[in-house]
Design a protein around this ligand. Structure first.
Ligand code: 5AD
Ligand code: FES
Length: 341
């Protein structure tokens, strides 16, 4: 089938075969982005949902080979915010108009379930939806977080290729990652996943499988970002695909075609590779942006990958900046919580 026919099918049926997804990933036809933008407009409208992101700890017990926060990286200064500091940041986020707060951190065992629950309860005193992104935890922890009031949880599968997954995640298991996603869904969280694009030995076929995995599991949110090598990790010398921004954008756009009503962020990593990355993503299927509301003091320390944007900006500045950008393309900032349905 030609790209044109495949796009027609995707737009009307929201279903594609593996081979069809591969054709789209290999195609250089910008019609893909236009199609994804149309599907976004039809199912999600012109509203962009902003989620205020708090990076509350950069301490991590894991050693993902691509990530700057990995435990073996001794070159970063580690920090851990206290519960009242985190709640104060969330309160400020609510005052700025955020309707969702995302609490993201490394896999930091210091924050036992009780402490996380205390933070959740504090944040939820505001009129807000709360998303957690704390990595792999037990079913019991996820249940306690949900009962304390958490609404959503993000945990990317990173790659669905088992061999690649094992290679990149020493001492972790793909099965446990899947278990987390299953537990979160069964507990009634709006569940988000996603993948990295441009990893060493990753192929277009693997990315096609990632996309079909998102579809099969009907996740509520999918975050896709380009892999950006970090100098203090084992992958420091690896060079991803020449146009990894474009490849990430393709994965995102196809995801929109197959899952027309989900929430898809224009990711910060995309903006790191392209100064207009988030706006381009918003015009290629995305409907969410996650501006940072962490204090400027801590931002440079949360270095998952190098050259992250907005490191010297304040949360007020980021909110204003992104609002202007969104309005400049004829879209509006939503005043709602932005649940999937
Ligand atoms: N480049 C881009 N994204 C990265 N992440 C981790 N390390 C990198 C990197 N070097 C992403 C992972 C993780 C999310 C919080 O950040 O996909 O799920
Ligand atoms: Fe932070 Fe633009 S979003 S300065």
């Amino acid at each position: 089938m030609t790209t044109e026919k495949i796009l027609k099918k995707a737009v009307s049926e929201h279903n594609l075969t593996f081979d069809e997804v591969v054709v789209l990933l290999k195609s250089e036809d910008d019609a893909l982005f236009k199609a994804a933008d149309k599907v976004r407009e039809k199912f999600k409208g012109q509203e962009v949902h902003l989620r205020g992101l708090i990076e509350f700890t950069n301490i991590c017990k894991s050693s993902c080979k691509y990530c700057g926060l990995r435990s073996e990286n001794k070159k970063i200064e580690r920090y851990r915010l206290k519960s009242d500091e985190i709640i104060a940041l969330a309160n400020h986020g609510a005052q700025m108009g955020y309707k969702t707060i995302v609490l993201q951190g490394g896999e930091d065992v210091f924050y036992k379930a009780d402490l996380i629950c205390e933070i959740i309860i504090g944040i939820k005193k505001n009129d807000l939806a709360l998303t957690l992104s704390l990595g792999e935890r037990s079913y019991e922890d996820y249940k306690l977080f949900r009962e304390a009031g958490a609404d959503r949880y993000l945990i990317r599968i990173e790659t669905t290729d088992k061999a690649l997954y094992s290679e990149l995640h020493p001492n972790m298991s793909f099965e446990n990652r899947l278990r987390c996603l299953k537990d979160l869904k069964s507990l009634g969280y709006e569940t988000g996943s996603g993948c990295l694009v441009g990893l060493p030995n990753q192929t277009v076929e693997m990315l096609a499988k990632d996309i079909l995995f998102f579809k099969e599991n009907n996740f509520d949110m999918i975050g896709i970002g380009p892999f950006i090598p970090h100098p203090n990790t084992p992958l420091k010398d690896y060079t991803p695909w020449t146009d990894n921004f474009k490849m990430s954008l393709k994965v995102m756009a196809i995801t929109r075609l197959l899952l027309p009503d989900i929430n898809i962020p224009a990711t910060t990593a995309m903006e790191t590779l392209n100064p207009n990355g988030r706006i381009i993503a918003l015009q290629s299927g995305a409907n969410v942006v996650m501006p940072n509301i962490t204090s400027t003091e801590y931002r440079p320390k949360y270095e998952i990958y190098p050259n992250k944007i907005c490191l010297n900006d304040t949360s007020d500045k980021c909110r204003e900046c992104i609002t202007k950008k969104i309005e400049s393309i004829g879209r509006t900032v939503s005043k709602g919580y932005g649940f999937r349905k």
